[in-house]
Design a protein around this ligand. Sequence first.
Ligand code: ADP
Length: 425
Amino acid sequence: MEPLLGCIADDITGATDLALMLGRNGMPVVQTIGCPAKDTPWPDEAAAVVIALKSRTAPVKAAVADSLAACGWLQAHGVRQIFFKYCSTFDSTPTGNIGPVAAALREATGGGITIFCPAFPANRRTVYQGHLFVAERLLSESSMRDHPLTPMADADLVRFLGRQLRGEAAVGAIGYAIVEQGAAQIRRELARLERAGVPYVVVDALNDRHLASIGRACADLALVTGGSAVAMGLPGNYRSAGWLPATEGLVAIDRPPGPAAVLAGSCSVATRGQVAHMAARCPALKVDPLRLADGRQRIEELVAWAAERMTPGPVLVYASATPEEVAAAQRKLGPDRAGRLIEEALAGVARGLWRQGLQQLIVAGGETSGAVLEALNVKALKIGPEIEPGVPWTVSTSPDGLVLALKSGNFGQPDFFSRALEMLP
Ligand code: ADP
């Protein structure tokens, strides 16, 4: 299929979420884990490729370099548009990566105006007057305040981006009153701002209708940035232009006959609720960074414990902990070491179980999913049916046939894990 859209996502679960959004809107898509090697061909079956990086919490320089390399691969295959995907809760730090990566990609794509829109109304993330809301709270008053790696203390996206860009360029805004008037009005406002020398624009969105209008208004932008939801309008643009045939974007996935496991490394409120729900229904083991650090918990023992119980399964291994527990571990070990110990442990469990025949795996947490897929050496995923907004079942093409669901920490209802495991035919 003709390469149309090239996407760069700053973490794995975000990439999957975006790939699902494109697939659901009729755009055949393949997700790669990391930037494909230079000589890797464009996958024939795809009109969009989503490259999942692990750049959300990487040092700025590395995040920019990885994003530019991914952009280079996509451009070398002739994509018509680049999409930079970050979290719908804008996960980053004031000195962090979203602004600098967007700036580098803007330059690499010709220096035109670009938008920022993390809104994902189906998951109750909205942007109003340039401020990001999680349900009815400002981002800075939501549980994102307590995120172990990217605590978000400012909901004013214009100010926050200005800080990340160190005042090097103007950040404008398009408020919902304009967005409400539709695509043509948004396009006019973008053109006006571009003439006024504003390269970056935060765009309000309260509902999917707004996102559809924004998507249409961005048809001619070389670079679009946002959460997954703002990409919902892009496949329609390609169809209107006659570039994208009417096709089914998602693949069918059958439930594999072998064992299933759930690994949770996210400490979000949603994941903690899901862990509690699942722990009442299947064998469950908690991993503790302090016990890993002093050798009271060892990865081989975790693997052995889970392997013994995964048939008939499922089995749950989790590190998800309360903000107080996380703070206590971080005081003793530092946030990086605590996070790394957990990621290594859960990745080690995934590898150990895979060697012993695991066929179906759910992972909760973006960083955690990145670590797990690296350990399993997963290179590419096809996107299957949606479990809940933003989370599909996927199937790995190499290694062949592992069925995976990668859940962003914040997503999903309390019974997410059990429902996901029951839904495949
Ligand atoms: P989310 O999708 O919620 O952001 P992530 O997996 O991206 O989840 O991030 C959660 C981070 O918190 C990971 O780096 C993980 O290793 C770390 N973490 C998990 N449990 C603990 C814990 N008990 N103490 C300290 N850090 C933890």
